[in-house]
Design a protein around this ligand. Structure first.
Ligand SMILES: NC(=O)c1ccc[n+]([C@@H]2O[C@H](COP(=O)([O-])OP(=O)(O)OC[C@H]3O[C@@H](n4cnc5c(N)ncnc54)[C@H](O)[C@@H]3O)[C@@H](O)[C@H]2O)c1
Ligand SMILES: N[C@@H](CCC=O)C(=O)O
Length: 543
């Protein structure tokens, strides 16, 4: 065997393309959107490198035009899930023994395929099936996903370099083994990059994986799976199994060789998975690693010295980009009374300019929410606020689902800081504002810190440095991603490692070394060069 130390150079973030009218990327994307609309597809399950067609299928539609069918996908049932476990187990030995630089190359190549020849295809699929505008699709499934694929191998390399100290005559080494079993990656609808990261991060360090994508994101997730295959991912390393959550839970989560859960989604589902693991705890070969990034009730907190224009811009983009369907979306704001008049007028003015509709109209900032049940849930919160004496819907509030699942950007003014929409995650374009008296800053900070069970993202707006320090301290545990004079969304891999604590997850920071450690199991080796052969301690001599 030839040996050498290889070096992945520190990656750069994938540049975000502009999609200006007439640009090559815009022309390619528009053509691809039409091509996918005209050509419905059929998506197989992928197990052990084979395309599998089960007895059950479901339709994929455009949320902004729900009569438009993009195709169908096959649903893995009990038989297919058991096959996938077998395939992951069969692929494990060869995969974990592959030299790491060869494993890394597969993901680096996938990034280049994604940002190169498949850019338009994958971006268009994400726009159509998840109802994202061109910019939101570009930052998600192209740039962020490529960043995960390039930064994670670099972090793996930096981890593998870490070695313990030696003493005279002893060489201490640590090896970074994959986990002793397979990993279950369960992924949400809202970010294809998260789907791609959750299955590839454990695989990069030698694990094999069952990937359960969300039922409303199968199309874009599948196109990414195809890229991994083209990049050279061996059969069985990642098995693509769209399936019902309950089936996946029952068969996969409780399996004795299940070594880790890599989850992103709602807090309730993660709690349920954790309980299932607890119920099966005596059965596992190893204690499963549980990594979950979950819900949020993310805040913007303004101080009386805040720059109103910057604050309003952050409120609009933070709350309404991608229809508020980001775990990081601003969904509650605390505004001092002295600024509220101006903030309210400017907010109404900016929201009135926001256009909503089909993703093919590039002048739309907003599109549809993901599905009927999400639409009904969001509308329920808005109707609750309309009917309540403790709140007033001051902007938007209309919902219309005859063509697509459209919810207007909505602002609710809450009279109490514990009003339902100030506290519960809605996951839609609804921002609730609580106006606090300027002389009650401390109380408002305590409310912001303690009102919800979450701790994901939050932003403060202030120009006074002493105020920035005070607010940052008071909200120390309220957010795992904390922003000063910026919106609480849009974390970039390699710049703002992402994740929260409290009810928002295990804070194992997606796109960072911390996350990758969770998929490794160290073996510490002590090698003694010339072993001792005398049992007695040196002082056990006759004087
Ligand atoms: N913290 C983060 O980084 C982050 C990022 C994105 C989304 N989210 C959160 O995700 C949620 C929105 O996404 P979603 O609607 O896809 O979430 P979800 O919890 O409904 O679904 C997530 C995944 O879990 C699966 N699932 C559902 N029930 C299951 C069960 N019983 N057993 C196994 N799997 C099951 C779903 O099919 C899906 O694949 C929001 O709460 C949002 O805040 C968090
Ligand atoms: N990482 C994304 C949020 C992902 C959750 O939905 C952001 O920072 O806005």
């Amino acid at each position: 065997m030839n040996n050498a130390y290889f070096q992945i150079t520190q990656p750069k973030n994938e540049p975000v393309k502009s999609y200006m009218p007439g640009s090559p990327e815009r022309i390619a994307l528009e053509a691809e959107l039409q091509r996918q609309l005209d050509n419905p597809v059929e998506i197989p399950i992928i197990i052990g490198g084979q395309e599998i067609r089960s007895a059950k299928k479901a339709k994929m539609i455009c949320p902004h035009d729900h009569n438009k069918v993009l195709g169908e996908y096959y649903i893995a049932g009990e038989k297919e899930l058991l096959m996938a476990i077998e395939a992951a187990e069969a692929a494990k030995e060869e995969w974990e023994n592959m030299p790491w630089e060869h494993r890394a190359t597969i993901f680096l190549k996938a990034a280049d395929l994604l940002t190169g020849k498949y850019r338009a295809k994958v971006a268009a699929s994400c726009m159509l099936v998840q109802s994202k505008n061109a910019f939101q699709a570009e930052i998600d499934v192209i740039c962020e996903l490529a960043d995960f694929l390039r930064f994670n191998p670099y972090y793996v390399q930096e981890i593998y370099k870490q070695q313990p100290a030696n003493t005279d005559g002893v060489w201490n080494r640590v090896e970074y083994r994959p986990l002793d079993g397979f990993v279950a990656a369960i992924t949400p609808f809202n970010f294809t990059s998260i789907g791609g990261n959750l299955c590839t991060a454990p695989a990069m360090v030698g694990n094999t994986v069952l990937w359960k994508p969300s039922s409303t994101a199968v199309l874009s997730n599948y196109y990414f799976m195809q890229i991994l295959v083209e990049a050279g991912l061996p059969a069985g390393v990642i098995n693509f199994v769209p399936s019902r959550g309950v089936d996946f839970g029952k068969l996969v989560i409780g399996h004795p060789n299940m070594a880790g859960v890599h989850f992103t989604g709602s807090t309730a589902v993660f709690n349920d998975l954790w309980k299932q693991v607890g119920e099966n705890i005596g059965q596992y070969v190893s204690y499963p690693r549980l990594v979950g990034e979950t819900g949020g009730k993310d805040f913007i907190f303004a101080h009386e010295t805040a720059d109103v224009e910057a604050l309003v811009c952050a409120m609009v983009l933070g709350a309404f980009e991608y229809q508020g369907q980001k775990c990081s979306a601003a969904s509650r704001a605390y505004i001092p009374e002295s600024l509220w008049g101006k903030v309210k007028d400017r907010l109404a003015e900016e929201v009135s300019k926001v256009k909503m509709g089909d993703v093919r109209d590039f002048t739309n900032l907003m599109n549809a929410v993901i599905d009927k049940s999400s639409f009904t849930n969001i509308k329920g919160y808005i109707d609750y606020a309309k009917a309540s004496d403790d709140a007033e819907v001051i902007i938007g509030g209309n919902c219309e689902d005859s063509v697509g699942y459209f919810v207007e950007p909505t602002v609710i003014l809450a009279k109490t800081p514990a009003f339902k929409t100030m506290v519960e995650e809605i996951f839609g374009p609804v921002l609730t504002v609580y106006v606090y008296p300027d002389d009650k800053l401390e109380e408002a900070l305590v409310q912001c810190d303690t009102a919800t069970s979450y701790g994901l993202t939050g932003a403060i707006f202030a120009q006074d440095r002493a105020a920035i320090i005070k607010l940052a301290r008071a909200l120390n545990h309220a957010a795992g991603n904390f922003y000063i004079n910026d919106k609480p969304t849009g974390a970039v891999v390699g710049q703002q490692p992402f994740g929260g604590s409290r009810g928002s997850g295990t804070n194992d920071k997606a796109g960072s070394a911390i996350n990758l450690y969770r998929w490794m199991s160290q073996r510490a080796i002590k090698e003694t060069l010339v072993p001792r052969i005398v049992v007695n301690y040196p002082y056990m001599v006759k004087e």
